[in-house]
Design a protein around this ligand. Structure first.
Ligand code: GCO
Ligand code: MG
Length: 406
């Protein structure tokens, strides 16, 4: 029997061709020229994930047989004893995706063929439109329609530029209120309902609309809001509740027929198992690298299929092109694929990540290259180093100055 191909090195790269810092993992092997690439992007804590890989995971991985993907994932997950956190999961994901990339390159097949083959030729996508008021949002939606998009997520943008939580509460705050990203949940709900009314009034049913509450309402306000948006027939309403209030989905589900999506903040199996097996949501939205990569995502997609739940993996700008391509392979082979969140990368990102899939008429098309199908220009990536900053938008505050959820 031929000697196994083993991991000879693990390298990490942080690049920022656009708004977000992206973390790429490169797994090199004992076979010259054979390497894999994976996405480990937790943009808010990108340096912590890089340090975990460079200082801990790399030593664990060197010398292991590249074909033992599941074994490596299970062992690496518990190697630090404590597990299921955002930093460890993203580190695992970078390595896991790279090992799947290597397997596809060895087989000479695109990953979706290794996952059982295509259930569809391309993945329907949605992308984002926002605006300071309803007519700005309508203009942006119409511009995307003209590009061929049929599914659009619509949000009102705050004065400060954020798109979650609407209405900056300039109203009276207690003396000495702390600085922060203020928002007013009740005004947000009212303004958003007004925006959806105007959108349907102008565009009718000719476009599928999605909206992200981004956990900005109290549980009972979320129940009321999910009922109030029913007439607008949303494709889905996302993150109506925070992960900490999952149990409220039982009530929410009973009270509304609006399709519900949840999961981008999930890191622990308990979180996605419950909302799936209770049939509390219609779309799971996990960020694949926050789960630990392709290996867990495949298993969870299969579980969701059994409960009539579809996938809508998290895919904004803080998922790298490698991560988007990995999502796409999962989606092409999943019978219960729902929709792909697309962030419209700039041409710089396409140059740094050759092979990044492209959208045509609202569909994301894979390349037929073996593995994940996206490469990485390390030299060009180094020209766009990360800019570090303290997150402002996550410092959310309610009108009375008390901490809110971002
Ligand atoms: C989405 C998300 C994002 C997150 C962002 C956090 O649905 O796309 O809510 O916009 O806020 O990924 O870094
Ligand atoms: Mg979201």
């Amino acid at each position: 029997m031929a000697a196994p191909i083993t991991i000879s090195d693990v390298q990490t790269f942080i690049t920022q061709p656009g708004r977000e810092r992206l973390l790429v993992v490169k797994v090199l092997t004992s076979e010259a020229g054979l390497y894999g690439l994976g996405c480990a992007t937790f943009t808010q804590r990108v340096h912590a994930v890089q340090a975990l890989i460079d200082r801990h995971l790399k030593a664990f991985l060197i010398g292991r047989d590249v074909s033992r993907i599941e074994d490596i994932w299970q062992m690496a997950r518990v190697n630090g004893y404590w597990r299921n956190g955002p930093v460890i999961n993203n580190a695992l994901s970078g390595v896991d995706q790279a090992l799947w990339d290597i397997l596809g390159k060895r087989a000479g097949l695109p990953l979706h063929d290794l996952f059982g083959g295509r259930c569809r030729e391309a993945a329907a996508v949605y992308t984002h439109a926002d605006g300071q008021n309803a007519s700005e949002v309508i203009d942006n939606v119409e511009a995307l329609r003209a590009e061929g998009y049929r599914h659009v997520r619509v949000q009102l943008r705050l004065e400060g530029g954020g798109v979650y939580g609407g209405g900056d509460a300039q109203q009276a705050r207690p003396i000495g209120a702390q600085p922060g990203a203020y928002y007013d949940p009740r005004r947000y709900a009212r303004d958003t309902l007004g925006m959806l009314e105007a959108l349907r009034g102008r565009l009718g049913d000719g476009v599928e609309l999605l909206h992200d509450v981004h956990e900005r309402l109290s549980p009972i306000e979320a129940v009321q809001f999910a009922k109030d948006v029913e007439p607008f027939k949303l494709f889905f309403l996302e993150d109506a509740l925070p992960p900490e209030q999952i149990a409220w989905f039982a009530r929410l589900r009973q009270q509304t027929s609006t399709a519900l999506a949840m999961g981008e903040l999930f890191n622990h199996p308990f979180e996605w198992q419950e909302v799936i097996t209770q049939r509390w949501v219609d779309f799971i939205r996990m960020h694949v690298s926050q789960m630990g990569g392709i290996t867990p995502a495949r298993n969870v997609a299969a579980l969701a299929a059994m409960y009539g739940v579809r996938t809508a993996w998290h895919g904004p700008a803080d998922t790298s092109p490698i991560g988007h391509a990995a999502n796409l392979h999962l989606e092409l082979a999943s019978p219960n694929f729902g929709i792909h969140e697309w962030c419209r990368f700039n041409e710089r990102a396409y140059a740094i990540f050759p092979g990044t899939p492209r959208v045509k008429d609202g569909y994301l098309y894979p390349s037929d290259a073996p593995g994940i199908g996206v490469d990485f220009d390390e030299k060009l990536a180094a020209e766009f180093p990360p800019h570090d900053y303290v997150e402002e938008w996550t410092q959310a505050r309610l009108p009375d100055g008390s901490p809110g959820l971002p």
